[in-house]
Design a protein around this ligand. Structure first.
Ligand code: GAL
Length: 417
């Protein structure tokens, strides 16, 4: 068992070696949903880092992009009185668990390492609860990206689209060239990821009013009807087998040239990199047309659950400290496709898409055009997010027309509040 002074040495030195090896510094059981090729590669960076510090990793993967299945598994574990020590978690879910009093307090590590000075307020809004640190942010993803196969773009005229009309022209050209224009997986969170981007493309004020402030006029008005019309248009470029497809299989369709593009958060880049593809050469990353200058973000954070064993508590602190190290945040995010959660990490190691991601984030943050992603739990609590998912997916599958969908959105959100 560690004494506090020993922990400090271990935390700052990073390694506690005994007799040439690395002494055990406890064990963390980590619940996460990073199971695709790119995600697993990034997770290995974390596992190796912790192993070098003597922290043993007990894996609890729960497959399912966006983390809904993982959150269901988490609830079952906590109800059974057996919470995992560390959990990958998004936005409002962190707040909900903190409000239940389930999360450990990380203030001593955060204070001694000065997290307050390097983590942007937009993330702190979720990492801290009631003024106390309850989670360590490992990255910032943004969701308003489009990933385009370079050859397919060249064959479709070669110009990346910057607005809705240009996007439709490129999709039409890809269709005429005999490929699936839009690679998509029919799962509610993926439908919602595209929806986020389409809403944002109608303006920052509209995104804020509808997705964050839940203004009824915005949720049910003409602009929202237009959003649903555009969703239906995008649906017409998806292949017949899209239903239930995992997001990384949709990425694979773009990687192998079967499809032209995917509208997805920058975790998709992790798949392209895993396939040895190079940005600018094999694929192109652009902001969803009409959202240049704005960012919808989500941040993966590790929330630590309250545990009574002091050794487990020390391992949690070691893990939190490891996750927040600037060197680690660079190494991890280069592989994951995301960007660092700290503002003081250099961009040298990042590829062009990563550099653009970091610059866009800083610019959006400075200009008031940075918003939490609805689809990824950073705009509204899970109950309201799920109500929106239902309407977006029902419309995407043809159950409602655009006018009905906008009206349903108002009702669903009001019922979920
Ligand atoms: C997001 C998460 C990403 C990535 C993605 C697909 O919610 O923040 O890290 O895992 O889901 O699984």
């Amino acid at each position: 068992m560690f004494k506090k002074s020993v922990l400090k040495v271990a935390v700052s030195a990073g390694v506690l070696a005994l007799g040439g090896g690395v002494a055990s510094a406890g064990n963390v059981e980590v619940l996460h949903w990073w199971t695709s090729g790119g995600e697993a590669a990034a997770l290995n960076v974390l596992k190796d880092d912790l192993a070098s510090k003597g922290v043993e990793w007990q894996d609890m993967p729960v497959a399912g992009g966006g983390g809904e299945a993982a959150m269901t598994a988490l609830r079952a574990r906590v109800t059974a009185g057996n919470a995992p020590t560390a959990v990958q978690m998004l936005g409002f879910d962190i707040r909900d668990w903190a409000a239940e009093g389930a999360l450990a307090n990380l203030d001593d590590v955060a204070t001694s390492e000065g997290w307050d000075g390097v983590v942007p307020d937009a993330l702190k809004a979720f990492s801290k609860y009631d003024g106390h640190w309850v989670a360590a942010p490992v990255n910032v993803h943004s969701t308003n990206w489009v990933w385009i196969n370079k050859k397919a773009l060249d064959a479709a005229g070669g110009k990346a689209p910057t607005n809705w009309d240009e996007l439709i022209a490129v999709l039409d050209a890809m269709k005429a060239n005999g490929i699936t224009p839009l690679a998509h997986g029919g799962q509610a969170w993926q439908d919602a990821t595209i929806f986020d981007a389409v809403v944002l493309s109608m303006g920052n004020d509209f995104y804020k009013a509808s997705m964050i402030d839940l203004d009824e006029g915005a949720l049910g008005g003409d602009k929202m009807v237009e959003v649903f019309n555009r969703m239906a248009k995008l649906r017409s470029y998806v292949d017949d087998n899209f239903s239930g497809r995992d997001w990384n299989l949709a990425s694979a369709m773009v990687i192998n040239g079967e499809a032209g593009m995917q509208m997805m958060g920058d975790w998709a880049k992790g798949e392209f990199l895993r396939a040895d593809q190079v940005p600018g050469k094999d694929f192109v990353c652009i902001r969803f047309p009409g959202t240049q200058g704005s960012v919808t973000f989500n941040s993966d954070q590790f929330a630590m659950f309250k545990v009574s064993d002091p050794e487990a508590q020390q391992a949690q602190k070691l893990m939190a400290s490891a996750v927040m190290s600037p060197v680690f945040q660079s190494a991890f995010n280069v592989v994951k496709g995301s960007v660092p959660a700290r503002t003081d990490v250099p961009n040298d190691a990042f590829d062009d898409c990563g550099k653009k991601g970091m610059a866009d984030l800083a610019e959006a943050n400075a200009n008031g055009s940075l918003f939490g992603s609805m689809a990824h739990g950073h705009a509204v609590p899970a109950s309201i997010k799920n109500a929106m998912y239902d309407v977006v997916t029902a419309h995407f599958n043809g159950e409602y027309d655009a006018t009905e969908a906008a009206a349903e959105l108002v009702t669903a959100v009001a019922d979920a509040k």
